[in-house]
Design a protein around this ligand. Sequence first.
Ligand code: URP
Ligand code: ZN
Ligand code: ZN
Length: 475
Amino acid sequence: MGILIKNGTVVSATESKSLDVLIEGETIACVDVGIGEDGHEVVDASGLLVMPGGIDVHTHLDMPFGGTTSADDYTTGTQAAAAGGTTMLIDFALQSQGHTMREAFDVWRAKSKGKACVDYSLHMAVTDLGLGDEAEGEQRGLREMEEMVAEGISSFKLFMAYPGVLMIDDGLMFKVMQKAAALNALCCVHAENGSAIDVVVAQMIAEGKTAPHYHALSRSPKAEAEATHRAIALADMAGAAVYIVHLSNEDSLAALKFMQSRGAKALAETCTQYLVLSIEDQMPGKSWDEAKYVFTPPLRERWNQAPLWDALADGALAVVSTDHCPFRFADQKELGRGDFRKIPNGGPGVENRLQILWHFGVNAGRISPERFVALSATNPAKIFGMEKQKGRIAEGLDADILLWDTKAEYTISAATQRMATDYSMFEGWKVVGNAAKVYSRGELVVDNVAQPGKFLGATGRGRFVKREANAGGFA
Ligand code: URP
Ligand code: ZN
Ligand code: ZN
C-alpha cells in the first residue's frame, strides 16, 4: 500500500498538469491521470500544487566562522528547511589550511551524523593543496579531489574573499579549476576581491567608521564584479564549469552575462536576501540593529533587485539559494559591537526561501510557477549532479514532494520560526503561499495545516546523497 496524492496540479520546470502521484516506499512509483485508489492512503491535494521538494544548495550549518559557530546545527537547520518546504541541502565542508580535505569531510560527516533530518550533501571548500609529490608530480590536494569525487562530493568551493582565513590566490584557484575540469567537477566560487576590500576595511576602521553599515560600504559591487569576471575567465581558461555563489548585484550580473555570451560554462545563483532587502531599507547607518544584516556580499542598493529578478526569469541566473549562515543577535552578532570586522558574517533564511520566492516572484508576476520549480529544485538537482534522484516529480525519483498552498497566508516571525536565531530578516512580513505538506523520501515530515512547523520524522533520518560529477550539467 502506498500514498496516493490525488487531484493536485503537478508543476515541473516546464509545465503544470492535473496528475496523480503514487508514492511507494521512498520513491515515486507512478505519475499519471486517474491512478486507482487500490487500498492506497489517499491524500486529497485539491487546490494544491504538487512540486518537488526544495533544494537549497548553499547553507552553513554548525560552521565555525567569525570567532563563533553558526547557530543552526544539522537538526535545527534541516528541520527549519523542511518546515519551509525544502527537503535537501548542500552544506559546506571547510578544509583548514595545513589539513586535508579528508579531515574536513570526516568532520562534517560527524556533525551531521544522527542529526540531519532531511537529505543533504556537501561541497568541499579548498584552502590548501599541501605539498608537492615529486614522484606523482602533483600536489596531495589535487589527488584528494579525486577521492572527494569518489565520495560523491562533485563540487569544490573556492573563496576569493576572507584573506588569511579562507581566501586562496589565483594560482591555486587555477590549479583546482584545471583538476576540476579533468574530473568533470564543478567549481563554486565566492567572488569578491578580498585583498582590495581589506584595504578599504582598514581605512574605514582608521577613520572610526565601525558601525555595521560600513561592512556594506566597504565591499563595493565592483569588487564583486571584478572577481566574478576573473573567476569565470580563469575557469574558462582551465576548461572548467563554474558556479558563482550569492551573486548580489547588477555589475556582477553583467560580468556573468558577458562571459556566458562568450561561451564560458558559467552558472550562478542569487539568494533571497538580495532580491527583497536593500542597503537603503535595512542598513541606512542608523543603529546597531543593522548587524542583523551583516553578511557577505552585503546588501546592495535597491535598484539592483529588478535586474536580478529579470535574470531569474530569463535564465542568466539558474538558482535561488539562501547562504543560510545564522548567528544570534543577542550574543553572536554582539561580538562585533564597536567593530564591524568582528560581526560574524551571515544571516538566517533556509526556512523562508520558498515563501519569499513565491510571494515576491510568482505572486508579483516576476516568474511563473514553473520557473519557481526550476530555480528552487530542478536546476539545483541538475547542476549539482543528482537529477536522477532529486528535483522532479517523476517515476523512480525520491519521493521528496511538496504540497504547496498558493492561498495560505503566513506571517514570518522569529517567534514561530524553527531556525535557531533570535531574529528574522523578514520579521512581520506577511506572505501568501506556503508549504501545506512536505514529504521526504515518502515520509510526511511536515504538515503545516495540522501541526504548523512541527517536524514529524525522526531526528537523524536524513541521508548523505552522493552526487555525480557532471560539470554542472554541461558534461
Ligand atoms: O556572510 C556570509 N555569506 N557568510 C557565510 C560565508 C560565505 O561567504 O558564504
Ligand atoms: Zn560566500
Ligand atoms: Zn555561504
